[in-house]
Ligand binder design. Structure first.
Ligand code: ATP
Length: 235
């Protein structure tokens, strides 16, 4: 579904992504793990069109989208849940979700999707009119995910959904990610919580200072001694 070929990204003189290639097949959860500053966020932002590639290609279902603007990519089915949620704190839960559908004008279908989001995240349904800034961290993460789902993505890009959440909530968010995937949405998940990410991922890539150094199934990487040492707190 998504293919990245020899992608390079620079911030001025900083070479943030060095010739990375990866694929995400339809129906998969693929995770990208790596330390702080490895280039995970840059990868997602380049896929969603928020950062520019210096060279390389991004293909969505075989179509080269490397030059497409970010809103166009949303229309094509790519939706990102940014690091730190980036919800609109002064607006209501309902208004935040409506914004997720800003490129659509199929009102009846939007209403249906809003119900789907409330089914998936009942707490958001109970707090429809509440100002989003007053939600807890976990609820804000749910809102950010709900907002992304409102664009009916074919592929959902999730940047550090577990960040700042208590362990019990992290588990809940990961269960929801699995459920979203099981209803047909392909997922590319960036995480520092490698053990949780590998436990739900079909496949994984490890990014180190801008390069992909390892890849395999989630299960293989979770068992790898290199990964255990570097990312899972093992000896
Ligand atoms: P984190 O978990 O901290 O978000 P990351 O793996 O997502 O880390 P990136 O944020 O993609 O890493 O950063 C990759 C590299 O690019 C780092 O060296 C970082 O300092 C640099 N970088 C990121 N954003 C910018 C920017 N806007 N300007 C300059 N350098 C940047």
């Amino acid at each position: 579904m998504l293919e990245i070929k020899n992608l390079n990204v620079h911030y001025g003189v900083i070479h943030a992504l060095k010739d990375i290639s990866l694929t995400v097949n339809a129906g998969e959860i693929v995770t990208l793990i790596g330390a702080n500053g490895a280039g995970k966020t840059t990868t997602l932002r380049t896929i969603s069109g928020l950062n520019k590639a210096t060279s390389g290609e991004i293909l969505l279902e075989g179509k080269n989208i490397t030059g497409a603007a970010a809103p166009q990519r949303v229309e094509m089915g790519i939706s990102q849940v940014p690091e730190g949620r980036r919800i609109f704190p002064a607006m209501s839960v309902f208004e935040n979700l409506e914004l997720g559908a800003f490129l659509r004008n199929d009102k009846a279908e939007i209403k249906k999707d809003m119900e789907m989001v409330f089914g998936r995240f009942p707490i958001l349904g109970n707090r429809k009119k509440q100002t989003a800034g007053t939600l807890s961290g976990g609820e804000q993460q749910m809102l950010a995910m709900g907002r992304a789902l409102m664009s009916r993505p074919r592929i959902l890009l999730l940047d550090e959904p577990s960040m700042g959440l208590a362990p019990l909530l992290v588990r809940e968010i990961f269960e929801i990610i699995k459920a979203i995937n099981q209803t047909g949405t392909t997922i590319l998940l960036v995480e520092q919580n490698a053990s949780m990410a590998l436990s739900i991922a079909h496949r994984a890539y490890v990014l180190e200072t801008g390069s992909i150094v390892l890849s395999g199934t989630g299960e293989e990487l979770a068992k790898s001694s290199e990964i255990q040492k570097a990312y899972l707190g093992g000896e």
